[in-house]
Every structure is written in C-alpha cells, then in structure tokens.
Design a protein around this ligand. Structure first.
Ligand code: NAD
Length: 486
C-alpha cells in the first residue's frame, strides 16, 4: 500500500503511459519549449464571438461534458482535443465529425502540444486527479484560462502552488467543476436559508452511499490507468470523488469553512487490491459550532425517504426552525421540512403563507414532518419579482409534485450552466461562482479528511499552511491500516 500521496506526477504518468509517452517524447520536448511564452490573455470579445477552447482528457466525465453540453453552447468552439488513450480521443473527435458548421478540432496526444496551439484560449481539464495540477500549471503558464474538474488539486504543495500561479496570472480565469454552485435547486435552497426559513443552521448531514465495487473493466496492463481512482498515488478516493461536492455545499450553506475534521475509514469489504478506503465516516467542525457529519459507503445505497431509485446521495441541512434535504442525484430535488422551536410558535408568520424564493411556506397547514418541495422560481427578469401567474403555476406544480404526478426539473442543467458560465467569465472577466478559492478550500477538506483517517487524529485546517512547504508528506500509513490484500 503506498504510504505517500505527494503528487507522483513526474514519475507516475510516464509509468502509466510509457508507450505513448515514449512515442510522443520528441513532440513533448518541442512543445514544452513553445508553451513557456504563451499568448496574451484575450478578453472582452465583440458580441457573438466565441471562446476557442481545447479539451484535455475526454474520458467518462469529459466525454459527457463535451457531448451533452459543451458542443451545444454557442459561446464556445472546440478547436483541440487531447487524450493519451486513443479510444477516448477517437470518441471525443467523433462528436464533431461531420458537423456542418466549423472545422473539426485538432487531435493531440500530448497536452503540451495542445497548449502550444495559439488558437486555444481556454482549456477544460478532466484528467485523473493526480494530473490536475501539472496540466493546470502548464496551461496557466501558456496563457490559457482554465476549467478543471474537482477536486481541484491533490497535495498541500499544490494548494500553495496554484495560489502562487493565480497571483502571477490574475487575469486568467480558474474555475473548478463543482456544479452544485450552478444548480437552480441549490440556489433556491440557499435563498430559503438566507431568508430564515430553517432558522440557524446547526448541523449538516451528508451522505453518498452506493452499492457496488466502483470498478471499471480493465485488463491487468491497463488496471491503474483505467481504475486510477482506486489507488492512492492517483486519487483521493471517496473523499475526492464524492465528498468534495458535499463538503462544498456545507461550506456554502453554512457560510464558512471547517476548522477541524476527524474520522474513520477502511478497506473493509472490497479487498480487491484497491488502496483507497471503501467506506469513510467524518465529522467536521465549523467556527460557529456547526457540524457536518459525512458518510460515504459502497455496500448499501439506501436513503431514508428517497422517492426514486438512484445513488444514496443527499445533503440534509438542519436548522433551529426546519430542515432542507437536497440532492442532485438522480435529478435535482429539494424538500423543506418545518420544525419550529416552541418559542417561535406565536410568531406572526404562523397562520399564514410566506412566499420566499424556492417554496411557499404554509406553516399553519403543514404537519410536523410533512415536506414541501423546493422548486426554483421563475423570477421576472426586470422586476426580480415572482409574478402572479408564475406563482399560480408554482402552486399547481407543487400540488402535482406532492401527488407524485410531476417531478421538478431545472430549466437549465447545472452542468450546462457551469460550462456556459466559465465561457462567459472568459469573455467578460467575471469571477466564477466556483472560483479558485472555492476549489482550493474543497481540496484541502479532501486532503485533510484522508489525513485524519490515516493518522487517526483530529486535524485542524490551519495545519495546511505548514504542509507542503518543506516536503511534508500528505499521508502516512496508520498503524494497523488494512493492506489492500488483507
Ligand atoms: N464534477 C463531477 O460531478 C465529476 C464526475 C465525475 C468525474 N469528475 C472528475 O473528472 C476527472 C476525470 O474523471 P473520469 O471519471 O472522467 O476519469 P476517466 O479515467 O474516465 O477519464 C480521464 C481521461 O483523461 C485521460 N488522461 C489521463 N492522463 C492524461 C494526460 N496526461 N493527457 C491527456 N489525457 C489524459 C485518460 O486517458 C482519460 O480519457 C476526475 O478528476 C474526477 O474527479 C467529476
């Protein structure tokens, strides 16, 4: 079992892809020289102009983003695609083959060569976690704007490194793929919370429970390349792949960042050679005393009260006057449950209906434990108000939702929105919702959670500042840690 997940980029990537790496070595050298002087950052394009982007790593996630969303977003044009794995490169190229409009993107097998392409202004990076930072660094140094999937970076040294790079390249956009920050449901829930619908948040409980081994089919030769998320040298395991989304929601909704984390994890069921935990249980403390209880398991996907099938994924926000349960899986879905403290029972709000963004709180008619669907409101663009007709429609929708006739859906998919928004930020210079600080904070939570479980101690978030500066290693084998082949 590896005991060190400091980024093994230099060694592991050639190791992983030795054949393609050797084949393209000459190109790499030439391209690396070329990318050190990047093009100037372009901004403020004329109306109708598109951002020309390159796409690096169109595997499972990247292929989905390209195929389902990006190719349809009019403010961008894919001019280059890079993947070291030929079948994935071919699949991504196929998306654009035969399209009547525009020239097809140029295929690359080396990201440095793509970054040397002067037509590329921005890049989407959806490679395995351990390669995020080296590719982001090369992209920023080549003058490109960067969208990178979560979890943004892998090691403490990369936290400091990316911050420094951002300071050196302040005009280049950096956005992380935390799509809940672009979801209408999550924004409606956040608005309800800000409007006081559930009182003061004291606890968040979040879980992502699955029932399965989390493996992809791979030959022994390709095992680590395909199943990289199973191995600590490349992956932060369940914390990076799943928890990262949900700790970000807790941070966003609570409005601050954790100050400590403790937890327990293990390889307790899937003893199949993996070196990342197959179950994790964590408790985070926030400065205001709020707690986030987190659980991710791979042996049962039940969620209490979940209406449809799907992963056992949700965040439950508990406040003094109610709770909000919210999830994007399988589709956007939010419920508000009132649980007023007795001392609030005589308040004016009681006995009437309060219209707030996201839900109508009919507190006198709601029974204890009864839920009210959170449905993103259509707000009039000019007045910012919810119009009379829109309200009526919302009432009707809610009735149908309660009866199970209708499921609420977002008008615009949050992934489409995050990608469109990134392109807008490139065009206008606006700051992304999921910006570098959101991404780094999220990555720190991932790293420190794994460290807390490995070292079996409470870790303070302030410790990150001293890590990674002098080669401090991220993880150490905890005594008695299960070996992969136990
Ligand atoms: N936001 C989300 O909801 C979400 C969901 C799934 C995955 N992700 C993230 O997306 C990233 C990719 O995950 P995935 O499941 O698509 O993995 P994947 O293995 O399916 O895809 C990664 C792709 O990157 C390619 N690649 C690896 N090294 C490369 C290099 N040096 N240059 C070019 N291409 C390279 C691989 O060949 C592969 O095609 C991860 O960081 C993951 O956490 C995010």
């Amino acid at each position: 079992m590896p005991t060190d997940n400091s980024n093994p980029t230099a060694a592991a990537q050639p190791e992983l892809n030795r054949r393609s790496f050797v084949k393209t070595a000459a190109v790499v050298t030439a391209a690396a020289a070329a990318v050190t002087t990047g093009p100037l950052v372009k901004r403020a394009k004329a109306a109708g102009e598109k951002v020309q982007y390159g796409f690096i790593g169109p595997g499972s996630r990247g292929g989905r983003l390209l195929e389902r969303h990006l190719q349809h977003i009019p403010t961008g044009e894919c001019v280059a695609i890079c993947d070291i794995y030929q079948p994935n490169l071919d699949k991504a190229m196929d998306i654009f083959r035969g399209k009547p409009d525009g020239t097809p993107p140029k295929p690359y097998t080396d990201y440095n060569a793509l970054l040397a392409d002067p037509n590329v202004e921005a890049v989407f990076i959806t490679v395995p976690l351990f390669m995020h930072y080296p590719i982001m660094k090369a992209a920023l140094e080549a003058g490109k704007h960067v969208f990178c999937e979560k979890s943004l970076v892998f090691t403490p040294a990369e936290v400091h490194g990316l911050r420094a790079l951002h300071e050196e390249h302040p005009d280049q956009v950096i956005q992380v793929g935390l799509q809940r920050r672009y979801s209408e449901f999550y924004h409606a829930a956040k608005k309800l919370i800000d409007d006081g619908a559930i009182g003061k948040i004291t606890h968040v409980q979040a879980q992502w429970h699955r029932n399965g081994n989390w493996r992809r089919t791979a030959t022994p030769e390709m095992e680590e390349q395909i199943n990289w998320r199973m191995y600590r040298q490349y992956s932060g395991g369940l914390c990076a792949e799943l928890m990262s989304h949900q700790v970000d929601v807790a941070d966003w909704f609570i409005g601050s960042r954790p100050q400590s984390v403790m937890g327990v994890g293990g390889i307790d069921y899937w003893k199949d050679g993996r070196t990342v935990f197959d179950n994790v249980q964590l408790i985070f403390e926030y400065p205001g005393g709020e707690k986030l209880q987190y659980s991710s398991i791979t042996t049962n996907r039940h969620v209490q009260g979940r209406r449809g099938p799907g992963d056992g994924c949700r965040e439950l926000i508990l406040g003094t006057d109610g709770a909000i349960e919210i999830s994007l899986i399988p589709n956007g879905d939010g419920m508000l449950y009132l649980d007023r403290m007795p001392l609030h029972m005589g308040d004016d709000e009681q006995g009437g209906e309060t219209w707030t963004a996201g839900a109508t709180v009919a507190s006198d008619t709601m029974e204890q434990g009864e839920g009210l669907a959170i449905i993103p409101n259509e707000v009039d663009a000019e007045s910012g108000e919810v119009g009379f007709i829109a309200k009526e429609v919302e009432y009707a929708k809610r009735w149908m939702y309660r009866k199970g006739i209708l499921s609420p859906t977002a008008a615009v998919h949050e992934e489409y929105k995050e990608l469109e928004s990134f392109l807008d930020c490139v065009l206008t210079g606006a700051k992304p919702n999921s910006d570098i600080e959101v991404g780094l904070q999220d990555s720190v939570a991932v790293m420190l959670s794994n460290l807390a479980m490995d070292q079996e101690r409470k870790i303070y978030f302030s410790e990150i500042e001293a890590m990674g500066l002098d080669g401090v290693q991220m993880t150490q084998a905890r005594s008695g840690a299960p070996d992969a082949d136990d």
